[in-house]
Design a protein around this ligand. Structure first.
Ligand code: AMP
Length: 512
């Protein structure tokens, strides 16, 4: 049977081809018929360029309907889609293209010069035969070339394990790795989330996430397409636009920063959210304070879920049952999640250990890295996520952070979250990040980087004051040796605090 993800999605497109799929900021509408025809044209073009099923199509493009359709065209034609963050610079691009060796690289008009330059270079160096711009202005662009092709395209049959996409991990330590996701992986997660989050006819998604990442491209788009419903397709998150569109939407998916920004608007409240049935948060931890304040202001309980590039979503707070702030809920149906101690030993509820997952959504492996892939799986097929966490007595999972962010001081483990929570609860503190910095005696010294509020309580915060306030609540080895007060924490496009940058920034200061 054909397991091509596009066939699954298309089987759920509305009967009426005039039904809206994407509504744009200028009110233009892409119907499901438009999506079907445009993806057909692009798929025909990709095939005419000489690409064969399994070849990679890399795209470093802005978030537009055409960009989403390019993704659908690529999987329809049996190619492997490789979305790249538009922020990547030349040397990063060279790495990704050299590593994945796509048959086609689709770029942005801003990169016309770079593209022209890269075209020759890449053709020889990285083995990329075709470089095209996506946009519709330049002649010779992909969209322009696709207009010369037929709308009709017979979706290429694919097996469950055939690759649909490669997403490069952000690579905050070491080299970025290409996570290979199969049609079966993506289909499994799309179906699970569609059911678990009760997608229903008439839903309207407010889509403000980037589409080079699992959250925006897979979680938000697949659930909508599988539902055959519409989404406001916005180029990026913008609080003022969200205020305007939320009243016309039923589902919103965001990273925690979006929720924090919405709460900054004093008008944001129950009225703004009157038609929403579901707010989803993920990709980074949602502070309990944000969860609580959101509930108080809007009456809505944000549903927090947890997952990663290497397998989509693993856990979710329940749709119907209690959604618990500070937790990421239960393993999703079809995902087996275990938390183990060092060496894979079983641990008690409440104890922090390494999170491992298994299921049809878990990726196939890292592109071109069979040894690394092997290392990351246990003998019985569990993927080592690199996240630390715990189960509570009722089975809710709490994430304590990445294992590489664990601080080991004097041979003892310190989980940053425990200290961050104490600091965050202090008056005048917006948020904090706890890291380990090299220390001659302890190996690593617990260090807190604290964002203060712009008010009197924030101004009153001092390094010694913060240490004194939490000293009695923590074993001595966990008490920060150093505290830095800052205006904000560095975050990536998905709202994740970049602790690697903090470690780099503050390391030279450790000799003080
Ligand atoms: P990415 O592959 O970019 O989606 O990043 C995945 C990582 O983000 C996970 O391994 C977690 O460390 C983190 N993450 C995702 N969702 C959550 C969440 N709800 N709470 C805490 N961390 C999260």
């Amino acid at each position: 049977m054909n397991q091509n993800l596009y066939s699954l999605l298309a089987a759920h497109f509305p009967q009426d081809p005039a039904a809206p799929c994407m509504v744009l900021p200028d009110d233009r509408v892409w119907t499901y018929g438009d999506v079907e025809r445009a993806s057909g044209r692009m798929a025909n073009l990709i095939v005419a360029l000489g690409l064969k099923p399994g070849d990679r199509v890399a795209a470093q493009v802005e978030k537009t309907p055409e960009a989403l359709v390019l993704y659908l065209a690529a999987i329809r034609a049996g190619m492997v889609f490789l979305p790249l963050n538009p922020a990547y610079q030349r040397h990063e691009l060279e790495f990704f293209l050299g590593d994945a060796k796509p048959g086609l690289f689709v770029c942005r008009p801003q990169q016309r010069m770079l593209a022209a330059e890269l075209a020759n270079e890449l053709a020889t160096k990285a083995g990329v035969p075709h470089v095209l711009e996506l946009d519709d202005h330049g002649c010779g662009s992909l969209i322009d070339a696709a207009t010369r092709h037929a709308d009709a395209f017979a979706t290429v049959p694919r097996a469950k394990d055939d690759l649909a996409a490669i997403l490069y991990t952000s690579g905050t330590t070491g080299r970025s790795k290409g996570a290979m996701l199969s049609h079966g992986n993506l289909a499994h997660n799309a179906r699970t989330l569609h059911d678990y989050w009760h997608f229903q006819p008439g839903d309207v998604m407010l889509h403000m996430l980037p589409t080079f990442h699992v959250h925006g491209l897979f979680v938000a788009c697949h659930t909508t397409l599988l539902n055959g419903s519409a989404m406001f397709f916005e180029p990026k998150f913008d609080a003022a636009r969200a205020m305007k569109l939320l009243p016309q939407s039923t589902v919103f998916m965001g990273v925690p920063t979006y929720y924090v920004r919405l709460l900054l608007d004093p008008v944001f409240g129950r009225q703004t959210c009157r038609n929403i049935r579901l707010f989803v948060s993920g990709s980074a931890p949602l502070l309990k304070e944000t969860f609580d304040e959101f509930k108080a202001r809007t009456g809505h309980t944000i549903l927090e879920r947890y997952g990663m590039t290497e397998g989509g979503m693993f856990t979710s707070n329940p749709y119907d049952g209690e959604r618990r702030g500070g937790t990421v809920g239960f393993p999703l149906p079809g995902t087996s999640l275990q938390i183990v101690g060092a060496g894979g030993t079983a641990i008690k509820p409440g104890a922090v250990g390494q999170i491992q997952v298994k299921g049809d959504n878990v990726f196939v492996g890292y592109w071109g890295m069979p040894e690394k892939t092997k290392e990351e799986f246990t003998a019985d097929g569990y993927f080592r996520t690199g996240d630390m966490g715990s189960f509570d007595a009722e089975g809710y999972v709490t994430i304590s952070g990445r294992s590489k962010d664990l601080v080991i001081t004097g041979g003892l483990n310190v989980y940053p979250k425990e200290i961050e929570e104490l600091i965050d609860a202090m008056p005048g503190v917006v948020e904090s990040a706890v890291i380990g910095l090299p220390h001659p005696d302890f190996g690593e010294a617990v260090t807190a980087v604290v964002v203060r509020q712009k008010n009197a309580a924030g101004a009153a915060l001092t390094e010694s004051g913060i240490i004194a306030a939490i000293k009695d609540k923590l074993a001595n080895f966990k008490v920060p040796k150093w505290v830095y007060l800052v205006d904000e924490l560095p975050r990536n496009a998905m709202g994740k605090v970049q602790k690697n940058i903090l470690r780099k920034t503050y390391s030279p200061m450790t000799g003080r």
